[in-house]
Design a binder for this molecule. Structure first.
Ligand code: DSN
Length: 405
């Protein structure tokens, strides 16, 4: 009993922290009461390894009794997500996270040792896109395309590296990139490469975890119809519970399902699948589309405020829900700024900027996102005020640094 009270005391403290801080972490959001109810429901008690029996013909169904209701729930969740993205792609809603979704997506079409081409982590990519310290870099032979001098994806570098590395899978997607990713252009580059070499085209995978909400609302070009495999998390701009999903062309359905279970996971989390289904219901509403439009408008307004105050923003602006402040000229590290803003009630994260000379534990930049505070009702003027508050903190830090020198 004592331990239980301690846990709820900590949850209450975290609830108050979330309520009383300005949340600018680009990958976070605040879920609805209904998502919380679903995730905290009795579904957490249920084991359901396998898939609804009739889902993929020839598959085994579930390995446990009592699954009729969760079968219906999982089918419903899949149908709603297809509706959100207006797609006939197959979807698997069982991945426990974005990393698990990526792992299963890779293993559905690749063998260990196969080559992958992805955006480098230091230029906005993700740990699971081939970093040497991650399973992806250890299992696969990874090469990376980079950004150009303005910080935008260098599509010519991508084309050159396709030829140099002959990957079996090309990955697009990022966790710190503020511009539109031209999925159609990457598709064309892959097809041109295949036509030129006479080889089978590499698989095209998109990890749309950050921008999935924008894709759903029509604020970012869709990868559906272009990519073979699409992974996402459900908790960022999609504003659902923490988790992952994989979409794929129907002909890859059996491989993807097998790579999730039994390939990389055991029992699915049906309480989280229920939360994902609620998030999908919410994402189908006009109110959600309005919300995402506002996220993008807020981000642009805040970014322009920083530019007007003389700050350097990577790529010079933003098209989505986030941007990167390059602090190099201030002499401050991303870590010091993150820590100081934490003390001031503003939460964000340090982030590498292109060609960063500082190590990842320090960095020369911070990443700023508007999804969470837009959920809290912030509009353009509120974000401009937050930018001014951050500016005041950064100026004070610079003064203090100059006095210490
Ligand atoms: N760690 C997440 C982010 O903050 O972008 C991505 O998984």
């Amino acid at each position: 009993m004592h331990e239980v009270s301690r846990v709820f005391e900590l949850i209450e403290r975290e609830r108050r922290r979330q309520e009383n801080t300005v949340e600018l972490i680009a990958s976070e959001n605040f879920v609805s009461e209904n998502v919380l109810r679903a995730v905290g429901s009795c579904l957490t008690n249920k084991y359901s390894e396998g898939y609804p029996a009739h889902r993929v013909s020839g598959r085994c169904g579930r390995y446990y009794g009592g699954c009729d209701i969760v079968d219906e729930l999982e089918e419903y969740c899949c149908a709603k997500w297809r509706e959100v993205f207006d797609t006939d792609y197959h979807v698997n809603v069982q991945p426990h996270s974005g990393s698990q979704a990526n792992m299963a997506a890779y293993l559905s079409v690749l063998r260990p040792g196969d080559a992958i081409l992805a955006l480098s982590l230091s230029n906005g990519g993700h740990l699971t896109h081939g970093s040497s310290v991650n399973f992806s870099g250890r299992l696969f032979d990874c090469a990376f395309y980079e950004v150009d001098g303005s910080g935008c994806i260098d599509y010519e570098d991508l084309a050159a590296k396709l030829r140099a590395h002959r990957p079996r899978l090309v990955l697009a997607g990022a966790s710190a990139y503020s511009r539109v990713i031209d999925f159609a252009r990457i598709r064309r580059l892959i097809d041109a490469y295949a036509a030129e070499t006479g080889e089978t085209a590499p698989y095209f995978m998109v990890d749309m975890a950050h921008i999935a909400g924008l894709v759903a609302a029509g604020d970012h070009p869709s990868p559906f119809g272009l990519a073979d495999l699409i992974t996402t998390t459900t908790h960022k701009t999609l504003r659902g519970p923490r988790g992952g999903m994989i979409f794929c062309r129907p002909e890859l359905a059996k491989q993807v399902d097998g790579a999730v279970f039994p390939g990389t996971q055991g029992g699915p989390l049906q309480h989280v699948i229920a939360g994902k289904a609620v998030a999908a219901e919410e994402a189908c509403t006009p109110a959600y589309r309005e919300y995402i439009h506002q996220v993008v408008k807020n981000c642009r307004a805040m970014c322009e405020a920083f530019l007007a105050m003389g700050y350097h923003v990577v790529t010079g602006g933003t098209d989505n829900h986030l941007f990167l402040l390059d602090l190099t000229e201030t002499g401050l590290t991303g870590k010091d700024v993150q820590d100081e803003l934490d003390r001031c009630g503003i939460t964000l994260n340090k982030n590498c900027v292109p060609n960063d000379t500082k190590p990842p534990r320090l960095t020369s930049g911070v990443r700023i996102g508007t999804a969470a505070m837009t959920t809290r009702g912030y509009r353009e003027a509120d974000f401009v005020r937050v930018a001014e508050r951050i500016d005041a903190v950064l100026r004070r830090m610079q003064r203090e640094q100059a006095q210490q020198a």
